[in-house]
Design a protein around this ligand. Structure first.
Ligand code: SF4
Length: 206
């Protein structure tokens, strides 16, 4: 892995829309065709999010700063935060003790990756989870998200079902305008699972 140079300052935390976002890994489970990092850019808004070294829990807490000035602390970068589940939950707990409201933006594949139901571990530490559904059926999901795991779509739906038992606010999202994605059908799936739904716009973090 290449070393980070001085001109490549790592962005561990960044501020948008009154929220503080935490970028804790560059690793992903998916390889989404619409993702900036698979289209030659690691930038979101003006922030360069590529991490050459993964920050420690202490470094993330320090980068987050005081939560009091933000509506939410959101785990969201150009990597999947649940790939670092233990670090993510430790940081969530430490910031929550300082009064933060914690949201995790996730691909919903944590149970698949970790080989167990991790959703009970979210209880008390996480206030909200936003899950990228991305498509209304498996073929369309596979086309856009290019998962290595063949069961990814069903695992994401199951995670969404399970996590709502432990986290007060669960929302599934899909990006309006991705070819072949039926936003109304996505909304219907979220309704069936019993969670909220939010239509997203491509390239807008949040
Ligand atoms: S899960 Fe997010 S960060 Fe990872 S490849 Fe897909 S869009 Fe990019």
């Amino acid at each position: 892995m290449a070393e980070q140079t001085e001109s490549q300052t790592a962005t561990i935390a960044y501020t948008l829309h009154g929220n503080r976002y935490l970028n804790i890994t560059s690793r992903c489970t998916l390889r989404c065709a619409f993702c900036p990092k698979f289209n030659g850019s690691w930038e979101v808004q003006q922030y360069e999010l590529r991490l050459y070294d993964e920050p420690s829990a202490d470094e993330i807490v320090a980068a987050a700063g005081s939560p009091s000035g933000y509506r939410e602390i959101v785990f969201c970068g150009l990597g999947e935060p649940t790939r670092r589940l233990d670090v993510m939950l430790e940081v969530a707990g430490r910031l929550r003790n300082k009064g933060a409201s914690i949201r995790v933006n996730t691909d919903g594949l944590a149970n698949l990756i970790h080989g167990r139901d991790v959703t009970p571990e979210f209880a008390v530490l996480v206030d909200a989870v936003s899950i990228s559904m991305n498509a209304h059926n498996e073929p369309t999901y596979n086309r856009h998200c290019r998962p290595r795991h063949p069961q990814a779509f069903s695992a994401m739906l199951e995670f969404s079902q399970l996590v709502q038992q432990h986290v007060p606010e669960v929302v599934m999202t899909a990006i309006d305008g991705l070819p072949g994605v039926d936003i109304t059908a996505c909304q219907g799936i979220a309704d069936e699972i019993g969670v909220g739904f939010r239509r997203r716009v491509l390239d807008v973090v949040g």
